[in-house]
Design a protein around this ligand. Structure first.
Ligand code: GAF
Length: 456
């Protein structure tokens, strides 16, 4: 049943108390604080954050907890209580990063912020990260526990990065030392959080080497309770849209396919590169500072505009089967066309959702039906155009829709991970039963827009 297969977010207070006790027995001293950052689910806007598209994510109540205490010898000691992190779910080996690289990468990126031109405070306040420079010997003992499934497409890596970013800032600043519980959270403005998100993105892209786009870190640090973010990835500006009209009577459920994915393998990067090759052919080359989002009009893009772009692509490729990307590599033209179609249509779906959620004026059932339809169309596009789905996810989507869900889609990077289902609460158990018939090992996470990263 659903109840037996639920993967709970747990009670933050209890988790924190347990983690602190474990910290004491692991490191022989007390943690100075505990920080939490959530995972995410995304209603729409997959594989378009790095093209400057719009995403509609929400922060989960599941996430990563980090208990930490500072060191003065420049060493980072990290331990995890999470069997999934150490169990080989994340590949080890020379090219594959271990989870610890995400943590070191965040400190590296924060140190870069502290010494570079961009401090956290533009307005003359003392920087929140001044004490993090390597010269000062900043280091930390960290104990990590995640309630978001690792590799489950719910952004476990961003949760790890963002929780560690807050921990480092909390430990590294005199402000945090005096009263971490109160002061750090209130001292962090949305601008600070945006800058911390940029540091976490740098860690993931430049230090770990995953060609991801920033969606996950932004919602983990800047999400809000009862709000779906409308995140414009051209400039990372956010609108926090009220989700309560949607959620009355309807629920989101994430179904973890238990097929772990990993974004550092070549497939994720290949999909992005093919879309960028298509973009370059249309005159929007990333090598020249353009993004695929520019292929659509700034305001009110329509399906007609997508059709025009696809026609243009067809005309330009009429006499060839390969196109050259901005990276100088050759790509199969037909695959690039599918990636282009996914990206542009996904952008349209996001704009439509943004309008729907901003208006809030719909009857409940009508609203849920429309949103569900958009989600399912997103799945079909992930399956047929982006080609990042997997049979397990396709079967879960079909089963959920068959059992009365308003909509269902694969979320995250794909090739594994989770399906997000929108369903009326009366039908939740039917949806779960239908999914469990496919695979009795599936697990379910209740998803409701939750608060951003914080001190716990
Ligand atoms: C992963 C990436 F980390 C994000 O940046 C985004 O590209 C997502 O896949 C797909 O939308 O979570």
């Amino acid at each position: 049943t659903l109840d037996a297969a639920r993967h709970p977010a747990g009670d933050p207070e209890q988790i924190t108390a347990d983690l602190r006790a474990q910290f004491l027995s692991t490191f022989g001293r007390d943690a100075e604080g505990t920080w939490f950052a959530p995972g995410r689910a995304n209603l729409n806007g997959e594989h378009i954050d790095f093209h400057g598209g719009r995403c509609l994510p929400m922060a989960l109540s599941h996430g990563t907890y980090v208990a930490a205490a500072p060191r003065t010898d420049g060493v980072l000691q990290m331990r995890t209580l999470d069997p999934e992190l150490d169990s080989g779910v994340i590949p080890s080996g020379p090219e594959a990063p271990s989870w610890t690289h995400y943590v070191s990468g965040v400190l590296w990126a924060l140190q870069g912020l502290g010494t570079g031109a961009t401090g956290l405070d533009d307005d003359g306040d003392p920087s929140l990260i001044t004490n993090l420079t390597p010269e000062d010997g900043f280091g930390a003992d960290l104990l990590i526990l995640s309630t978001v499934p690792v590799g489950g497409g719910l952004s476990s890596s961003a949760a790890l990065e963002c929780a560690c970013a807050l921990a480092f800032v909390g430990l590294g600043t005199p402000l945090g030392h005096e009263n971490p519980e109160e002061e750090l959270t209130s001292a962090l403005t949305d601008d600070h959080r945006a800058l911390l998100a940029q540091a976490c993105i740098r860690a993931e892209v430049e230090f770990v080497g995953a060609g991801t786009g920033g969606l996950d870190q932004t919602v983990s640090l800047r999400g809000a309770e009862n709000r779906i973010l409308s995140l414009d990835c051209r400039d990372f500006s956010v609108n926090r849209l009220n989700a309560s009209c949607l959620l009355r009577g309807y629920r989101f459920l994430a179904v973890d396919t238990r097929q772990a994915h990993w974004l550092v393998d070549g497939q994720f990067a290949a999909r992005r590169a093919e879309a960028e090759a298509a973009g370059a052919l249309l005159g929007f080359s990333v090598a020249e500072g353009h993004q695929l989002r520019e292929a659509l009009p700034e305001r009110r893009p329509k399906k007609l505009h997508v059709t025009e772009r696809l026609t243009e692509f067809d005309e330009k490729t009429a006499d060839r089967t390969q196109i050259t990307g901005p990276d100088g590599q050759d790509y199969d033209a037909a695959s690039c066309r599918r990636r282009l179609k996914h990206a542009l249509m996904e952008m349209l779906r996001s704009e439509k959702l943004h309008t729907l959620l901003s208006e809030e004026a719909f009857g409940l059932d009508h609203m849920a039906a429309e949103i569900g339809e958009i989600m399912t169309a997103g799945h079909v596009s992930m399956r047929d155009e982006a080609e990042v789905s997997l049979p397990a996810a396709d079967r879960i989507v079909d089963a959920a829709l068959g059992a009365g869900a308003a909509g269902a889609r694969l979320i995250g990077g794909g090739f594994g991970g989770s399906v997000l289902v929108l369903v009326h609460e009366d039908k939740m158990h039917d949806v779960a039963a239908a999914a469990l018939k496919i695979d009795a090992g599936l697990r379910f996470l209740d998803v409701a827009p939750s608060a951003a990263a914080r001190v716990v």
